[in-house]
Design a protein around this ligand. Structure first.
Ligand code: GUN
Length: 288
């Protein structure tokens, strides 16, 4: 039987470590790590994510700074807020929840965040650092995927990894992280021809395609590890809304290990956000 990777428990462990580091930072340097979260508009999923991020930030003993802006906010006003947060010494991490309303160019906004406070790891400087393996802040969901893989793999060298999804938030950065561990990485997406055959060759499958149940049981070889990043809200058999991943969980009993949805990758994203904020605050303490 496949072992189920318990993201909830692993995330709780990471959050406890972050809280302990935060307490030490406050005691030794008088610094309380601070995370500013910016939400523009009323996107229901974004509101839920932001609420969770704020609650976990507080629970870890960090300062949470919230900016909720109306959907009609101009790009210029958002850029002014970013500039103010960049120079605010109580703010060590800045997160602008995506997507942004259509009148705002998300790339222009992300480019304006101080790379040292870019706890999402989306600034081009951090993207470049990741691709050259030279440090920087790493995007939270890919970092969480690697932490989950670390619980079942001790040596990644030479393993065949297939990533399904090519987003800047998950697919591309997780491919870079797997490559850094010396996996042989194939990046695919929903237009890839012969996808099932490619996935059948994988020792590690990371799926972030936004397609419920895309990865079927007969796509996955025995002993493969499946990391399911998908969070899809669909109608369940009882007619009630239910959350499912991008892999057909019930068909993957022959795999070596799999992540559940919910309770797999999801909790790791917030834990890694807190860890990145703590790293940014600790760096601030050492470079002052
Ligand atoms: N929207 C969906 N995922 C993310 C994320 O990881 N960070 C931000 N800022 N917005 C998102």
């Amino acid at each position: 039987m496949a072992s189920i990777i318990d993201g909830k428990a692993i995330a709780a462990q990471v959050e406890a470590e972050v809280a302990a580091s935060g307490a030490a930072l406050l005691r030794d340097h008088g610094i309380q790590a601070g995370l500013a979260v910016v939400l523009v508009g009323e996107d229901p999923a974004s509101r839920i994510y932001v609420r969770r991020k704020i609650a976990q930030t507080r629970k870890a003993g960090m300062l949470s700074i919230e900016h909720r802006l109306p959907a009609e906010t101009s790009e210029a006003d958002l850029l002014s807020l970013i500039e103010a947060l960049n120079v605010d010494p109580t703010v060590h991490g800045i997160l602008v929840q995506l997507p942004l309303p259509p009148q705002i160019d998300a790339n222009r906004v992300l480019d304006r965040i101080d790379p040292m406070k870019d706890v999402d790891g989306f600034h081009p400087v951090n993207v470049g650092r990741l691709s050259t393996g030279t440090g920087g802040l790493i995007p939270c969901t890919p970092l969480g995927c690697m932490m989950l893989l670390d619980t079942v793999i001790s040596d990644f060298r030479g393993m065949k990894a297939v990533v399904i999804g090519k987003s800047n938030i998950v697919g591309k950065p997780v491919a870079m992280l797997l490559l850094e561990r010396e996996c042989t990485v194939t990046v695919t997406h929903i237009h890839t021809r012969g996808l099932p055959e490619i996935v059948r060759g994988a020792d590690i499958v990371v799926v972030a395609a936004g397609c419920p149940g895309l990865v079927r049981g007969n796509w996955v070889k025995p002993d493969a590890i499946v990391i399911d990043v998908g969070i899809n809200r669909i109608e369940g058999p009882d007619g009630q809304p239910t959350l499912v991943g991008d892999a057909a969980f019930g068909e993957l009993g022959h795999a070596r290990a799999i992540t559940p949805v919910p309770g797999g990758v999801g909790p790791m994203t917030i834990a890694c956000l807190l860890r990145n904020t703590m790293d940014a605050a600790s760096r601030h303490a050492t470079v002052r």
